[in-house]
Write a protein that binds this ligand. Sequence first.
Ligand code: GLY
Length: 570
Amino acid sequence: MKRFVLSRRWRILLSIVAVLQFAACDSVTVEKYHYNGIIATASPIATDIGLNILRDGGNAVDAAVAVGCALAVCYPEAGNIGGGGFALIYDADLGNITALDFRETAPASASRKMYLDSRGEVIASSSLLGAGAAGVPGTVAGLFEMWKKYGSMDWYRLLEPAIKLADTGFILDAYLTNKFAEYAKDLSIFPETKKVFFKNGAVLGQGDRLVQTDLAMTLERIGLDGLDGFYSGTTADMIVQSMQNNGGLISYEDLAGYRPLWREPVHFTFDSLDVYSMPPPSSGGVILGEILKILEPFNFIKYTPSHPEYMHIFAEACRLAYADRAVHLGDPDFTVNPVLELLDPQYLESRRALINLQSTANSSEIGSGLPEKSVVESESTTHFCIADKSGNVVSLTYTINASFGSKLVVDSAGFLLNNEMDDFSIKPGVPNMYGLIGGKANEIEPGKRMLSSMSPTIVMNGDRPLLALGAPGGSKIITTVAQAIINFTRFGMNLQKVVEHPRFHHQWLPDTLYLEVGGFDINIKQDLISRGHLIKEREPYSDLQIIYIGSNRLMMGASDPRKDGKTAGY
Ligand code: GLY
């Protein structure tokens, strides 16, 4: 007994030393830590559901399935079964990381010019609103595939909490109330959607209970029949009917033919750490790698996280990396992605050499592009990370693209469809809703996956996971994740500071350095302007979820205070 007490003390002491080592420059608050499991998600309800699965003996993948389904119920702006995403999974037994691609695909009858009119102009909102904007959903197939390979609990058991939650409903919190109010007009466009989110003609508000009986029945079919509960039978009938009623393209064959794909993660080193992130069809891993590798040789001793020279070189690295994104990246099954070339040290050296410490490059000289598209930008993707007591880790980002996706609920099936087709380059050179432009590599083709920025990431310290992290934010996902890694490793912030710290973003085009409003003082802004940056302040963005796993399995995590997520463990 005495021996045990002594060794546990040592365990804690050593773990704290490990934390301090990574938080050396900060006024460290040693955060709440756990040894058996940890979850960080955008929703307290989903976090609690996942934690119960871990407590009941489920592993990180079991919990991820339960969380993924729960978010589809309690976080409808982004949680989904009608969208798609990506997961990175660390298998503690094998000591390896795999990447699962369950991104949506273009329907078989999709075509390159489907969103253009006879004059070749983009038809307003056609890639954003309603059935015609939807790609073939991948989430259910993705969660099922993860579970088939790694899950340990009964499939139905994992869906049960979400089924119950949809059936009995839950009282809207302030966050969801505000979201519904913000999107009330869009959510009233389709009667199928109004049926779910409105009561007596008004969108649900604070104190209202959101009951989703149709969604409960769809989840029940998936729970009982697995893939067939979604990709064929009753649910498929409902999806195809919805397409026919609303001018969409998804067919029975598209649904039956959908396959998630295991892919090799993008891997690069940053300082002494190994970073693994999502490969194409997400641009996340490659662009994250370019940004971090371009910055790696700079001497950070003279910098703080809001030092204008650091912000300047970060922005310049982003300008160079995002210029590559627009040209080179797309679905690897349709286009050659020069991943190794983009992360080649000599190439990165040549890109780094373009950075002038005193002044900005001009985006139009690095590449060409059009002005920012004037649409309301949304960034409703969501990320969660989970670690279990055996050391397995899941880092998963999934989405229906815009907040509430295409705004169309599949009638009688109760779930929102994505509007992911907008992530294709619908007309080369024309920006999508994130202001990103693209070229041939990301053109629409039947069965193709649209380019993404989602960046579920796992950082390894030697042979053990150190961090799992990710975020929503469209194009801003990558800079959010890059800044989190730098803030933790180079600036020694603790996790809470990492999620809180003000963010800034540059994506080559538009040639603008975005700063979170209130995050940077006038001297910083003036310095950046004097270096040639065009600055725009914008509302706080993204919703970083991050977990840390120390030596001896000490686990900590943090959820972004910009939204209402929750980290919990046991
Ligand atoms: N729909 C946002 C992304 O995939 O990056």
